[in-house]
Design a protein around this ligand. Structure first.
Ligand code: C2E
Ligand code: CA
Ligand code: CA
Ligand code: CA
Length: 280
């Protein structure tokens, strides 16, 4: 009995060690990736549901590791948050997004009529000076703040609402657009929503994608749309994969859509070509 017990303990330790080693390996790799070409941003179009025009692109991080495997942000963003690497990663993402806007404006010969949306993580809001970091990136590349959207989730507010409110107000005063990401999945605190200078409400994919088959999901989407309209916010439906869904959302009064129907995340040059083609 005793040996069985210790055997089990050993397996447990071996496993914990394995997890720790894997995580540490990932951390080291990620640290290197931030300073190299291994980390890139891809850009997914967000379209006006009435006209089909691309109004913005969401910047989504991609990491191709040493073995050439492309890792999902769902795998490495949590590691970046736990290790604090989210601060340099977030700074890199902001710089890269604004650099992309500058390149697109250059190619078009004038400021493009699209924005890029950058994700801000809760840890980043706690640990970094976001407004000055954003200002510096815009100045470095000569891009106007009205081409930039910042996305943050409800859970990012929960930790310290007053601190987050000050950051958001500063960003808003600077001229940036603010989006509440994955709306409906966090602890939706409607008082925060009303108090914060939010322009865009992104309805989470978990409600949108099944809403044609599930009456409860449809009811939630309707409720969010009516709330947004009452508060004067623009709405973006996430996870729009089919045309009938896009049409139904438009009929319900949703303003914009993001999802595979309109386009997958693309590299910088492909995204630019898609925009030139669709918005011609
Ligand atoms: P998110 O902010 O909700 O981003 C949207 C995710 O949904 C993306 O996954 C996108 O590829 C996926 N998606 C878009 N349309 C569809 C669709 O029609 N169907 C389906 N099934 N999926 C769709 P991705 O790129 O894997 O990113 C996952 C998450 O990682 C993002 O979720 C975001 O929270 C986080 N993330 C990505 N890049 C960054 C970054 O630079 N900084 C921070 N802090 N977080 C990031
Ligand atoms: Ca997002
Ligand atoms: Ca989202
Ligand atoms: Ca989501």
């Amino acid at each position: 009995k005793r040996s069985k017990q210790s055997g089990r303990t050993e397996t447990y330790h071996a496993r914990a060690f394995d997890v720790a080693r894997k995580q540490f390996g990932m951390e080291t790799g990620l640290r290197r990736a931030i300073e190299s070409e291994a980390l890139t941003l891809h850009f997914q179009p967000i379209c006006d549901l009435a006209t089909g025009r691309i109004v913005s692109f969401e910047a989504l991080a991609r990491w191709t590791d040493e073995q050439g495997v492309c890792l999902s942000p769902d795998a490495f963003i949590p590691v970046a948050e736990e290790s604090g690497l989210i601060v340099p990663l977030g700074r890199w993402a902001m710089d890269e997004a604004v650099r992309t806007l500058a390149a697109w404006n250059d190619a078009a010969g004038k400021p493009c009529d699209v924005r890029i949306a950058v994700n801000l993580s809760a840890i980043q809001l706690q640990r970094d000076q976001i407004p000055s970091m954003v200002r510096a990136a815009l100045d470095r590349h000569g891009v106007s703040s009205n081409q930039l959207t910042l996305e943050l989730t409800e859970s990012a507010i929960g930790t310290d609402p007053d601190h987050v409110a000050r950051i958001m107000t500063a960003l808003k005063d600077m001229g940036a657009t603010l989006a509440m990401d994955d709306f409906g999945t966090g602890y939706s605190n409607l008082a925060h929503l009303q108090r914060l200078p939010i322009d865009l409400l992104k309805i989470d994919r978990s409600f949108v994608s099944g809403m044609l088959a599930d009456r409860d999901k449809l009811a939630i989407v309707r409720a969010i749309l009516s709330l947004a309209s009452a508060l004067g916010m623009t709405t973006i439906a996430e996870g729009v994969e089919a045309l009938d869904l896009a049409q139904r959302l438009a009929a319900l009064g949703c303003t914009q859509g993001q999802g595979f129907l309109f386009g997958r995340p693309l590299d910088r040059d492909r995204a630019y070509r898609l925009m030139a083609e669709r918005n011609a």
